[in-house]
Design a protein around this ligand. Structure first.
Ligand code: ADP
Ligand code: MG
Ligand code: MG
Length: 928
């Protein structure tokens, strides 16, 4: 290199390259530099930068940058000096490996060329030098094949076939059974293969070999394999811009029995246990360990075969981990009793291992607590919180839908909620299979192990409810055609019947025939400890959405600090309550309605008491009734049908009675014998009253009909038009609290009002609350503390937050509705019709119902927090939409200073960790 400042450096010696600059040197190259510089024994070499690669790929004529080969030659001269060998020197040959490596590891993507520098002159020299013919010929045939494949594009098969023929002829089962002469013969055949395939002889000139290899590695960056891989794993060009090439002195693990090659992890990546982990082969080269040609031995056996080497390997492992402060995945070779490290990188591991190693590395003082918290991907924890399919199972799925709620479970198919409940009572495990589910199927969810639907998206009713309950759900499996009437489902050629056993995996969306074993979730002590550190760091509190005692119990176990959303209507849907709710809806006047409510109140009170006690002394936030009340009634079509059926039945009953009368006559004639009674007396009246009831419901359903129920008569509007309903709920909450106090429980009820858009609405409900509060306190003779708040889920509510805060002690963002109203998207329609297309074409980056839209909805939230706290500086503000369990959304909530996030119980651990990470990284937070 001339000493002009203009020359771009394309090459970096391992002794000089910046070990932190992975973008320039690739991951492998950067680590080789770093290891060299901290004194680990790495075979000497140099890196050709990714810049050189990009520049080469940019040029039309496919020439290497002219300056590049000049620099490469300089580096080779330096290597020759360091090793005392000569590149192409027949008496003392320097041999090289050519290895690719981009900034992000793309394992196995591009092949490595070994033993470069062998030719008809250096080969005899190698035999002379080592006195090992077999080794030399073995090295040669490897080089010809690898070079032929990588640099000349000849397929493996062209080499493997003749190789196998020789092996067969010799009766050799393993490569180790082959002799020097066999390898010589194979090498000669391989040279002919190259001649035949390329029309030219194998290149003899070592620099030509090198140049072709460098080009081949560069070209492989744009090869199909690499492009597919990058697409599959969403690696953008920006993240991994081109590949570097590492040129390194060869070391040989195949020169005899004091040689070996191996790969290892510094800890067990399956369990996280702090032990030596990996495999090795004595007298082997390169990829023999992973190629499966010979079965490698577990690393602890190295202790017996080469005790000194084992000791050094343990030292190497400690060194790597202490330096990189992360579990390492490393490769090494032992040449005549000398250990060389060939590669290291951060180890990939499963969630169990990630958690355990994080905890232990803190205890070993390798990393700090904060580093441990940042080291775990919160989403990864999902793996630990649900049963998973046994990873050993290799069965193929029969259908695939959307992974709507994680976890795996098996059971017999049922096609409706009632059958699910029945089967459950009989002790059977079932999977509820439907086209789609509705609120009235709720008891089926409780009874089933999991839910499978053939329609609907990740936020369909089935998906949302199943997630809330922590039950597996596969939604929108369109390959399955459900015939509800016939109670069958068709999948391809297979017809499924009620009772057939299937397995669903809500983590992948796969559906399998038969039962597949699952491995249970482990909420380990290690995870508990780490999450307790997270809680100490986090600013946000983590609450859970929970409507039942079971969900609350799970939420508590997962570390929820309270309930952020209890939807009272879920309690109404239970099959023993629904008739009462219907009575309340059908009531002709306030008195009749009050009667029905009086029966409902103690039931709700009981529900609240159970929740309060379990959560004591944590807050429990009750949302007053939200959905339009016609949701509790059957739909119009169904009712009309039923009435037709009942009328037909009435005729039948009359017919039967006529028959009976006739029979009496016949009987008298035929004398004595007792005749059967098909229907008990009063049957006709029963049918008539059934018809009357259904007709009454039908009238009501028609009366309640709304063009757009989600924007209609619901939430606080319902509470204002039927104040007695809200009053009943408020009374049930406060009575429950009073009774809990009396029983010695410290409870923190909070009540919030849904769908509020003006402060007058809030004031109206507040009046009810104040009145009932005074009455309940007097009745029970206790002082009751509670909080009163508003949901913020209407755009206008955000704009009026300052006024709303005058009447509210807390806000809770209902970001599902707020997203709908901000975008004017109805969620179901959006997800079923156009959102996938929007995401595909990058019109929207994410589904805003899954990931909070921080730029739009988020701005509204920010304003609402701001204005709300201007009125009331200590205003508590949280989020209870589904996005509340999403790490990215949690970062945003931390950023705008929310007090808490509330999410479904199974997301609580994820949210706890994400909240700590949000706090730890808040300084770097930016909206772009
Ligand atoms: P990959 O990216 O697929 O892991 P590598 O560049 O690590 O490819 O090369 C594969 C294998 O080739 C290594 O694991 C090592 O066994 C062998 N190898 C690479 N370079 C050398 C070398 N300089 N000396 C000996 N073996 C080498
Ligand atoms: Mg490797
Ligand atoms: Mg809502």
């Amino acid at each position: 290199m001339t000493a002009t400042a203009k020359t771009t450096p394309y090459t970096y010696s391992f002794k000089k390259g910046d070990g932190k600059n992975k973008k320039l040197l690739g991951g492998k190259g950067a680590n080789l530099c770093e290891m060299t510089q901290i004194g680990i024994n790495v075979p000497p070499g140099f890196v050709i930068s990714t810049e050189a690669c990009l520049e080469y790929l940019d040029t039309k004529n496919q020439d290497l940058p002219s300056e590049l080969m000049i620099q490469v030659k300089k580096q080779i001269k330096a290597l020759e000096k360091d090793t005392g060998k000569g590149f192409g020197d027949a008496d003392n040959m320097l041999l090289l490996s050519v290895r690719s490596g981009s900034a992000l590891s793309m394992p196995g993507m591009m092949d490595t060329i070994l033993n470069l520098g062998l030719n008809s002159k250096t080969l005899p020299g190698m035999i002379k030098l080592t006195g090992n013919k077999r080794f030399a010929w073995d090295s040669y045939r490897r080089f010809i094949q690898l070079f032929g494949k990588v640099a000349l594009g000849i397929s493996d098969e062209k080499f493997d076939k003749p190789f196998d023929l020789v092996k067969k002829r010799e009766g050799a089962t393993a490569d180790t059974d082959l002799t020097a002469n066999n390898f010589r013969e194979i090498s000669e055949i391989f040279l002919e293969v190259v001649q035949a395939e390329t029309g030219s002889p194998f290149p003899e000139d070592v620099y030509e070999q090198l140049q072709l290899s460098i080009k081949a590695v560069f070209n492989s960056w744009m090869g199909k394999r690499a492009i597919d891989y990058r697409r599959e794993f969403n690696i953008t060009t920006d993240m991994a811009n081109g590949t570097a090439v590492n040129i390194q002195t060869m070391v040989f693990g195949n020169m005899g029995d004091d040689c070996a090659t191996g790969v290892g992890f510094t800890r067990n990546p399956g369990t996280g246990e702090n032990v030596m982990f990996g495999e090795f082969l004595v007298n082997a080269q390169g990829e023999d360990v992973v190629a499966g040609i010979r079965t490698p031995k577990p690393v602890h056996e190295l202790e017996q075969v080469m005790p000194q080497m084992y000791k050094e390997l343990v030292a190497l492992r400690d060194r790597l981990e202490n330096h990189y402060r992360e579990v390492q995945d490393y490769e090494y070779t032992i040449e005549n009793g000398v250990l060389y490290c060939l590669q290291t990188r951060h180890g990939k591991m499963n969630a169990t291992a990630r958690v355990r190693t994080s905890l232990e590395m803190v205890k070993e003082e390798i990393i700090t607590r904060n580093e441990a918290l940042l080291r775990i991907d919160p989403e990864e924890l999902e793996q630990l919180l649900h049963p998973r399919l046994d990873p050993e199972s290799k069965q193929a799925p029969i259908a695939q839908g959307l992974p709507a709620s994680p976890g795996a479970s098996s059971g017999a198919i049922v096609f409706d909620a009632d059958s699910a409940e029945l089967a459950r009572t009989a002790g059977e495990k079932v999977i509820l299979v439907r086209e789609e589910t509705k609120p009235e199927d709720i008891h089926g969810f409780f009874a089933a192990e999991g839910v499978l639907t053939s329609r609907g998206g990740k936020t369909s009713h089935a998906a949302v409810v199943a997630r809330g309950m922590g039950k597996p759900c596969v939604a929108g499996a369109e390959g399955i055609v459900v015939d509800v009437e016939k109670h069958t489902a068709q999948v391809g050629d297979t017809k499924l019947h009620e009772g057939d056993v299937i397995t669903i995996d809500g983590g992948t969306g796969n559906v399998y025939l038969g039962e597949i074993d699952t491995v249970p979730p482990v909420f380990s002590d290690e995870l508990r400890t780490i999450l307790s550190w997270a809680d100490e760091i986090a600013k946000l509190k983590i609450m859970s959405n929970a409507d039942t005692v079971e969900a609350a119990t799970q939420a508590l176990d997962y570390g929820a600090m309270g309930i952020g959303l209890c939807r009272t209507e879920r309690m109404f849907n239970a099959s023993d309550r629904l008739p009462l709710v219907i009575d309340m809806i059908l009531a002709k006047d306030v008195e009749a309605r009050q009667q029905a409510l009086d029966i409902l109140r103690p039931i709700q009170r009981g529900d609240f008491k159970d929740l309060f006690k379990i959560m004591s002394p944590r807050p429990v936030t009750i949302r007053l009734l939200d959905p339009p009340i016609h949701e509790f009634l059957p739909n119009e079509k169904q009712l009309e049908q039923e009435i037709v059926h009942l009328k037909a039945l009435k005729d039948t009953v009359e017919g039967v009675n006529d028959l009976m009368n006739t029979m009496q006559l016949l009987k008298r004639a035929a004398d004595s014998k007792e005749l059967p009674k098909p229907f008990a007396p009063g049957g006709r009246e029963l049918v008539e009253s059934a018809i009357a009831k259904k007709q009454q419901m039908l009238v009501k359903v028609r009366e309640l009909f709304e063009v757009n129920p989600m924007l209609g008569h619901r939430g606080v509007r319902l509470g204002i038009t039927y104040p007695e309903i809200y009053e009943m709920q408020v009374r049930a909450v406060l009575e429950a609290a009073a009774e809990c106090y009396k029983e010695g429980f410290d409870v923190r009820p909070e009540m919030m009002v849904p769908q509020v858009c003006t402060s007058k609405e809030l004031a109206w409900v507040r009046d009810i609350v104040d009145k009932v509060h005074a009455e309940v306190e007097a009745e029970y003779d206790v002082k009751l503390h509670f909080k009163f708040g508003s949901m913020i889920e209407v755009v206008r509510a955000c704009m009026r937050a300052g006024r709303l805060a005058e009447h509210a002690e807390f806000f809770s963002f209902g970001t599902n509705d707020l997203t709908q109203s901000s975008f004017s998207f109805s969620r179901e329609d959006a997800e079923n019709k156009f959102l996938p297309l929007y995401e595909e074409n990058d019109i929207l980056q994410d589904n805003p119902f899954e990931t909070l839209d921080v730029k739009g909805v988020g701005r509204l939230m920010e304003i609402a927090v701001d204005w709300g706290r201007k009125t009331k500086p200590d205003l508590k503000v949280g989020i209870c939409g589904e996005q509340g369990g999403h790490p990215e959304s949690i970062r945003f909530c931390n950023h705008i200073g929310l007090t808490y996030v509330s999410c479904s119980a199974p997301r609580v651990p994820i949210a706890r960790l994400a909240a700590a990470q949000a706090k730890l990284t808040e300084k770097d937070y930016s909206l772009e």
